[in-house]
Design a binder for this molecule. Structure first.
Ligand SMILES: [Mg+2]
Length: 376
């Protein structure tokens, strides 16, 4: 408890709704390819994996018909046969799966230049700069589904959300051949009825602790005080609590590690209302420390500094200022932020809900330049 009481704010960005992420997962991929290649398998409880002669090994993928018997990936073949004695087993043609996977990933590439392949049957696409809103993202997802089906006769499930974890959860809730859009302001509402185990990372062990505390759904967790979530379930508990309450727990600056970094920012929400300007100052110093440290690690200098300020009524302002040359100095960021903050000094500190600091107009500096900047 003591530790939590020392946390005056959440360090993750709150409701940073500036990203649109699509997650695609092929439905029962290996099994679907086998069925496509051999239509006599349609409608049968089918598993791919293991050795059909010795009946040993583990299930790699199973058809939806097999899932109805309680069979799942990773289960031993012997266990699967106990659940369904009439199970059809296929050894699997992994070379074929990999070829099909490559072709599908090539289709996906046409939909966004920023993509992360997460496995042979799943990938994330960053649609932020591709579409203007969620409606357009949904249309694009439908086109993508049609495209995949037309060329490979395979279906997939898609989730679209402001971050990767929610896009994945979205796709998991509607399989096979689903399409789920989780809009930023609907996150908590969407998660509320879902079982807590839908959250990636909540395994058997954690879910037992949650169940022992009468928490079965995401909604059950969302209504307990955050201190209790931390006390009972530790860091994972607190992170999950934030997720189920609609906070964005993902850093969107380097979400795919492949995007050219355009800015580095930190936004923080006061959990307890700030008492005075000293509280504001502490939070700003801490944000500046974080972003300048990140910039230093990436060998980036910056020229533009932006302040974002949101009040309790959710009215939000952003103010920017560009320096005459590129710098890497906490002091200069602080000076600019203080200057930009002047405009809001007639407000009361407790009215402030969120503060963000961003540095942009970045340039990469070489070692020679680094030595030079040390003199400034
Ligand atoms: Mg899959």
């Amino acid at each position: 408890m003591a530790i939590v009481n020392q946390i005056p704010y959440f360090s993750e960005k709150e409701h940073s709704f500036d990203s649109i992420i699509l997650y695609m997962d092929l439905d029962a991929f290996f099994a679907a390819v086998e069925i496509r290649e051999n239509p006599s398998l349609v409608g049968l409880p089918l598993v791919v994996g293991g050795n059909p002669n010795t009946k040993q090994g583990v299930v790699s993928t199973c058809s939806y018909e097999a899932r109805e018997f309680g069979i799942h990936s990773g289960m031993s073949i012997s266990q699967a046969l106990k659940l369904c004695p009439n199970l059809t087993m296929v050894r699997g043609s992994f070379r074929l799966y990999s070829e099909v996977s490559k072709r599908i990933m090539n289709i996906l590439k046409h939909y966004s230049p920023i993509m992360r392949v997460a496995g042979n049957d799943e990938a994330y696409l960053d649609l932020t700069d591709v579409v203007s809103d969620y409606e357009e993202a949904k249309q694009l997802a439908n086109e993508l589904k049609d495209d995949i089906y037309a060329s490979e006769k395979l279906t997939c499930s898609i989730g679209i959300a402001p971050n990767k974890i929610l896009a994945k959860i979205g796709s998991d809730t509607d399989k096979p051949n689903g399409l789920v859009v989780v809009r930023p302001l609907k996150i908590a509402e969407f998660l509320s009825p879902l079982k807590i185990t839908i959250i990636p990372g909540i395994g058997k062990k954690s879910s037992k602790i949650f169940h022992d505390n009468n928490i079965t759904t995401c909604g059950d967790l969302s209504i307990i005080p955050y201190q209790l979530a931390y006390q009972k379930f530790g860091k994972t508990g607190l992170k999950t609590w934030k997720l189920v309450n609609g906070y964005n727990t993902e850093n969107t600056d380097d979400k795919f590690n492949s995007r050219e970094i355009k800015s580095i920012s930190e936004e923080r929400t006061f959990f307890n209302r700030p008492k005075d300007w000293k509280d504001i100052d502490v939070l700003i110093d801490s944000s500046i420390e974080t972003i300048v440290t990140k910039a230093k690690k990436k060998n980036m200098n910056f020229r533009t500094i932006t302040l974002k300020i949101r009040f309790q009524d959710f009215e939000t302002f952003t103010r920017s200022h560009s320096l005459s040359c590129h710098v890497i100095s906490k002091k200069q960021v602080k000076e600019v932020v203080n200057m930009l903050l002047e405009e809001f000094k007639d407000k009361k500190p407790f009215q402030i809900r969120l503060l963000g600091v961003k540095i942009s107009n970045l340039i990469k500096i070489t070692d020679n330049q680094k030595t030079l900047t040390q003199f400034f």
